[in-house]
Design a protein around this ligand. Structure first.
Ligand code: FES
Length: 108
């Protein structure tokens, strides 16, 4: 039997950076570090103490990034702006819904 989750939600933000011009690009080259910092700060301001925001290395879904994944649900998002992060914060992390317009497609 597994123990209960330590965090209600665990969010991983890719902050991998590849060299400029790399054919796959990278999330950091598209602003993911600043967006992760914004997400962490806003989660704190909203009092989401049971939600953990972590940096991650490449999660191999680079092209649509910046890439974020939320566990335990395993919902993947493309987050390109602070407005995207705000939507995930309020609609998913706080209220338990999904931001379908930002969700990445399932594995084919
Ligand atoms: S560089 Fe972010 S998922 Fe690969």
């Amino acid at each position: 039997m597994s123990p209960p989750p330590y965090y209600r939600l665990h969010v991983f933000c890719c902050t991998n950076r590849r060299p400029d011009g790399h054919e796959r690009g990278s999330c950091a080259a598209k602003g993911s570090v600043e967006l992760r910092d914004y997400l962490k700060a806003r989660a704190g301001e909203l009092g989401l103490k049971d939600v953990r925001i972590n940096s991650a290395g490449c999660m191999d879904r680079c092209e649509p990034g910046p890439t974020v994944v939320v566990y335990p649900e395993g919902v993947w998002y493309r987050c390109r702006t602070r407005d995207d992060m705000d939507a995930i914060l309020t609609e998913h992390l706080r209220d338990g819904g999904r931001v379908t317009r930002l969700m990445l497609p399932p594995r084919q």
